[in-house]
Design a protein. Sequence first.
Length: 557
Amino acid sequence: MDNPQSREQQFLGVYQKVTRLTSMVLDHQEIMETVVRSLPALLTIDACTIRLLDLSTRSFVLGAAHGVSLEYLSREVIDTEATMAMIQSGFPVYSTHLDQDPFLPFREAANREGIKSVLTLPIVFQSKLIGIMRLLTRTERNFTSEEISFAMALAEQVGIAIAHGRMFKEMEAQLDFLREIQGLSTLVNSTLDLDLILRTMVERVAITMGAKGCTLRLLNPATNKLELAAAFGVSGAYLQRGTVESERNIQLVLTGEPVAIYDISHDQRVDYRQQMADEGIVSLLAVPLKVNEEIIGVMRILADVPRVFTGTEVQFAVTLAEVGATAIRNARNYQKITLLFGQIEEHERFLNDIINSLQHQLLVFDRNRRVVLANQVFLAAMEKDEAEVLGMDYGDLCSGAAGKASCPVDQVLQDRKMMPLVQEFSSGDQQRWFERTASPLYDADGRVEYVIEIIRDITSEHLLAEEKVQSGKLQGIVELAGTVAHEINSPLFAALGTAQLLAEESKTTEMVDELEIIIRNLKQISALTQKMTAMTGFTGREYVGTSTILSFTDEHR
C-alpha cells in the first residue's frame, strides 16, 4: 500500500510541474497542448483531452488531445446528457466499464478506441465553466477521492492557465487587431478604389487572424443575391461551388449576428461540407458587413485547423467588417458620383454642341442679371472669349437704347413672361435689324431663376419685307396705268378718227396743217397709252425742284 504522505507529495509534485508548465506558456493553445501531453505520464493514464465551451453554439469543441485517434475525437456525441448536465453544474463525473454500458451513446466509438474508464472534469474560471478535461484509460481504473480532488485542482489550475493565456493572447491580439483596423482605416481614408479596398480587407484579415483564407460577398440590391467581391487563400474551384444564400450560417449572418463554426464537417449550418473539406477548411467565422444597420454583405474567415474563435477575434472581425462596409459604401457612392458627373459632363457637351450649332446668338442670365452661358455665335459676334462674358452684368451687354423697352431680360424679370423686341442698329452706312426674344425659366417656387435670350439677325427678312411693300406699290401703279390707258383709249380713238376725217374734207391748206398737228399729237398720246397698257415696271427720274417723273418700261424692251 502506498504511503499516504508519499502520494500527497507525488500529487504536489505533479501539481507544481503542471503549474510551472502553464506559467511558462502564455498562448492558451500551447498551454492546452502542454497539459494533454504531460498529464498521461504524470497521472499514469493513457490519454487526455480538453474541450472548450463555444458560446456561440453552447457546445464543447475540441481544444487539444493526446493519446486518442481523430476518429474517436470526431464522434457526434461527447457524452450522455446526464454527464453533461453534471459537468455544466461544476461536478466531476467518473465512468468505468464503458464497453459494457448499453446506454452509452458513444459505446461503439469507445470500444473501437479501447477506452475502459473516463474521468470528466469541469474547467472553471471565476465560477464560470469554460471547458472540460477528460482523463482516459484503456484499462479499468478506479479513481480515489484523493485522485479526483487532485484532478479537480489540476483542472482548475488548467482553467486559470487557459484563461490567463487567453487574456494574454487576446491582449496581444487586440494590439495587432487595433493596428490592423488603424491601417485599414488609413487606407480607406486615402483611396476610393473599391477593388483595392476589397483585396486589402480579405488579405489582411486572413493574415492577421492566422486563417487559411477569407471571402467577401456583397449583396446585390437588384437580385438580393450575394455576389463574390474578393477572396484570399482559396481556390477558384471552391469559389465556384455554387450559391450560398440558402446556407443556414449565411442566413443567420444576414440577420446581423456573427456566426462561428468549429467543425464544418458535422455542422448543419453548412451546406457545402464536402467542398470545404476538399479545400482543407475546418472552422469558419462569418460576420455581416453593416452600414447604419443596413447589411450590404458577408465576410467569412476560413481556418484549416480546428479553431475556437475568441470574443476578441469575433469583435475584431465585426469591427473590421464595419470599417470595410463604410469604405465600400463610400467607394460605391464615389463611383456613382463619378459616373453621374461623367453623364452630366456628357450631357453638357451634348447641350453645348446643340447650343453652339444654333445660327442665332443665345445668352442665359440668372436672376441677378449675370451671364451664365453664351454660345459661340454670340461670342463671335461680340469678338470675346467665353471667360470674358461669363459673369458679366446684363447692362454691359444690352446695347440698345436706354430704358426697359430696350432690355427684354429686365422685362421678363419684372413681368415673368416672354418678351420679344425688334431693334435697329446702324454701323456706318449699313443698317441692321435684330429680333431679341427673352424667355423665363422658373424654379420650384415659381420664381424666375434664369432668362434665356435669343438674338436673331432679321436684316434679310426686314429688307425682303420692304421689297415686298415696294413691289406692292409698283403693282398698284401698273394696274392704275393700265386702267387710265384703257379709259383714255376710247375718247382718243374717237378724236383721232374725227381729226383724220376733217383733214380729208378740209379745203384750206392752213386748216389741213392744223389738223395734221392734232392728228400727230393724238397718235403720240395713243403710243403713250399703248406703253401704259404694256407696262411692267418704271424708274424714277429727277425733275424740276424736288419733283420726280416716272419712266415706263414694257415687256418688249
